[in-house]
Design a binder for this molecule. Structure first.
Ligand code: TXE
Length: 478
C-alpha cells in the first residue's frame, strides 16, 4: 500500500518518486511505503497554502467551522477503521486507539471548530483613547507532529490553525504516517478547499527542516524530542518565527502517605505504562513517602506484572509494541544503564518474544527499577518507554525538591487527601501541568505545555488560537 502526499487538494507521490518503508512495529515487517519527499514537495505545498490563504482567512468562521465539523463527523464514522490503522502503524493496543486516540482526534476538530466562533480580541479604554486589538490569522503555518499519538497530536495542531483561518503545511512523523494519510482523504470528502491543508510525508531532516527554514512560514508548532526542538529553535530564531514547542518530560509522580492508596496505585500503573510509556505526560519518576514505600512498591509491582503485553490487535492487550527498532534499542540500553548505575530491576527489564504473527515485533516488559538516586542518568533523561523508577522520600520539601530536580518541567502528578498540602505542593512544582489525584484528565480549554527543556509556549484553548494569530493594536484618540 502506498501513502501519498496531500498537496493542493490532490493525493500525489513525492516529485522524486522516492519511497520510504513503513514498518508495523508489532511484526517488524514492512507493510506500506510513504513518499520520501524533499524541499521541492514542501515548496509546492507552501505555494498551494499561500494561494489558498486569502479566501480561507476571509471565509466567515461559521463556514470554516462547518467544514471542520464535517471532518470530525467523518472521523467518527470511520472510527473503527482508523483505530485499527493507528494500532497497526504505531504499535499501540487497538483498544487504546479506539478509546483514546481516535475519539480525541474528532474531539480536537470539533473543539477548535466551535472555539474559533467564540474567539474575541480585547479593547482597552482610557480617558483620552480607545485601544482595540485585532487578531488576524498568521498565514501559512507549519505543524510537525510525532509518532506516539499520531492522529491525536496531528489534529491537536492543525485544528486550531485551520479554525482561526491559517492555511497549513503539516508533517506527520515518518514512523507513523498512515492515519494522517487517511485523514487527508476525509478532508477531500468533507470539501476542504484545495491548498488549505497540505500534508507532506517524509524525513524530519529533509521535509521538516525545509518547512522550518522556509521564509514564507511565520510560525512552527512542533511536538517531539527536545534535541529536535533545539534544532528547530536554532533554525527559526534568526528568522524571528513564532514557535510552539512541546518537547520531552521526566515527570514526577508524588505519592503521599495520606493518599487514597488503591486509586494512587492503579492510576500510577496507567500513568507509567499507558501507550508503552510513550506519552510525554507519563510519570516516569515515582516518589513515595517512606511510610508507605514498601506497601506501594509491592502493590505496584503486583499490578504491573498482571499487565498483558502482546499483539496490539488483541483486545486484551494492555501493553503493545514499541514504535520502532531504534526506539526499542534505546529503551533496552537505558535498562542496561539503570543496572550499571546500581538499580534493582524488580519487575520486567527484558525484551519479550511474542510467538506467532508478532515474532519479529518490538516488545518490552513493563519495567520497575528501585534504588537509584534522582541524579543518575536513568532518572534524568527521558526514556519514553515502559520503564519507571520508584524512590522514597521523607518530607514534603524533599518531595518538591526531587520532583523539580530535572531539566524538564512538563507535568507532575500528586496523590494526597490533604487539600491544603495538595495546593501547596502544586504551587511549588516547576511544571506546566499538575494533576492532583488523577492523571491525564484533560479539558481542551486549559493551557497545555511545559517549562524548562520541556518546551516553549502553550497549546489548547485560547492559547492555541492566539498562537496562530498576529495581534495588532489600534489606538483611537477620543
Ligand atoms: O522524535 P523527533 P524522535 C522524545 C522521546 C524520543 C525522543 C526522540 O524521548 O525518544 O524524543 O524521538 C520531525 N526539523 N519524544 O527523534 O525527531 C520528525 O520527522 C523539523 C517526545 O523520534 O523529535 C517528526 O515528525 N522536523 C515526544 C517530529 O519531528 C523534524 C514525542 C518528531 O520527531 C526535524 C516524540 C527537523 N530537523 C518523541 N527532525 C513528545 N513531546 O510527546 C525531525 N523532525
Amino acid at each position: 500500500m502506498q501513502i501519498l502526499n496531500y498537496i493542493n487538494g490532490t493525493l500525489q507521490p513525492a516529485k522524486n518518486q522516492q519511497w520510504l518503508a513503513n514498518i508495523e512495529p508489532a511484526t517488524g515487517q514492512v507493510y506500506s511505503e510513504l513518499p520520501d519527499s524533499d524541499a521541492s514537495d514542501v515548496n509546492d505545498a507552501i505555494t498551494a497554502a499561500e494561494n489558498a490563504f486569502d479566501s480561507w482567512a476571509k471565509l466567515p468562521s461559521e463556514k470554516r467551522s462547518a467544514i471542520l465539523l464535517r471532518i470530525a463527523d467523518l472521523i467518527d464514522r470511520d472510527a473503527e477503521f482508523l483505530a485499527q490503522a493507528e494500532s497497526k502503524d504505531q504499535g499501540k493496543p487497538v483498544k487504546l486507539a479506539a478509546s483514546v486516540d481516535i475519539p480525541r482526534a474528532s474531539a480536537n476538530m470539533r473543539f477548535f471548530a466551535t472555539a474559533a466562533m467564540h474567539f474575541a480580541s480585547e479593547s482597552h479604554h482610557s480617558a483620552d483613547a480607545i485601544n482595540y486589538t485585532t487578531r488576524t490569522p498568521l498565514g501559512v503555518v507549519a505543524c510537525i507532529s510525532p509518532w506516539n499519538l499520531p492522529l491525536y497530536l496531528f489534529t491537536w495542531k492543525i485544528a486550531p490553525a485551520l479554525a482561526i483561518g491559517c492555511t497549513v503545511v503539516a508533517k506527520p512523523s515518518e514512523l507513523t504516517p498512515m492515519t494522517a494519510f487517511l485523514f487527508s482523504k476525509l478532508c477531500m470528502e468533507a470539501g476542504l478547499p484545495a491548498g488549505v491543508l497540505n500534508i507532506v510525508h517524509g524525513l524530519g531532516q529533509k521535509v521538516g527542516q525545509a518547512m522550518v527554514e522556509h521564509p514564507a512560514i511565520p510560525a512552527v508548532s512542533f511536538t517531539g524530542g527536545t534535541a529536535t526542538g533545539k534544532q528547530i529553535a536554532a533554525t527559526a530564531a534568526p528568522m524571528f518565527k513564532k514557535l510552539s514547542l512541546e518537547l520531552g518530560g521526566k515527570n514526577p509522580n508524588i505519592v503521599f502517605a495520606d493518599c487514597d492508596f488503591d486509586q494512587a496505585v492503579s492510576t500510577s500503573v496507567l500513568s507509567s505504562f499507558s501507550n508503552q510509556g510513550e506519552i510525554c505526560l507519563c510519570g516516569s519518576r515515582i516518589f513515595v513517602e517512606r511510610k508507605i514505600y514498601d506497601r506501594f512498591v509491592a502493590a505496584f509491582v503486583e499490578k504491573t506484572k498482571s499487565l498483558p503485553v502482546g499483539d496490539p490487535q488483541d483486545e486484551k492487550t494492555k501493553v503493545g509494541a514499541i514504535n520502532s527498532a531504534g526506539h526499542f534499542q534505546k529503551i533496552l540500553n537505558y535498562i542496561e544503564l539503570a543496572k550499571k548505575e546500581g538499580g534493582e530491576i524488580v519487575c520486567g527489564g527484558r525484551a519479550i518474544k511474542i510467538l506467532g504473527r508478532c515474532e519479529g515485533g518490538y516488545f518490552i516488559e513493563p519495567t520497575v527499577i528501585l534504588g537509584l538516586p534522582n541524579t543518575c542518568r536513568t532518572n534524568q533523561e527521558e526514556i519514553f518507554g515502559p520503564v519507571v523508577s520508584i524512590m522514597p522520600f521523607d518530607t514534603e520539601e524533599e518531595a518538591i525538591s526531587l520532583a523539580n530536580g530535572t531539566l524538564y518541567g512538563l507535568a507532575a502528578t500528586l496523590w494526597t487527601e490533604n487539600l491544603k498540602k495538595a495546593h501547596r505542593v502544586a504551587g511549588n512544582l516547576k511544571t506546566g501541568i499538575v494533576w492532583i489525584n488523577c492523571w491525564l484528565l484533560r479539558d481542551l480549554r486549559t493551557p497545555f505545555g511545559g517549562t524548562k527543556q520541556s518546551g516553549v509556549g502553550r497549546e489548547g484553548g485560547w492559547e492555541a488560537l492566539r498562537f496562530f494569530t498576529e495581534p495588532k493594536n489600534i489606538c483611537v484618540k477620543l
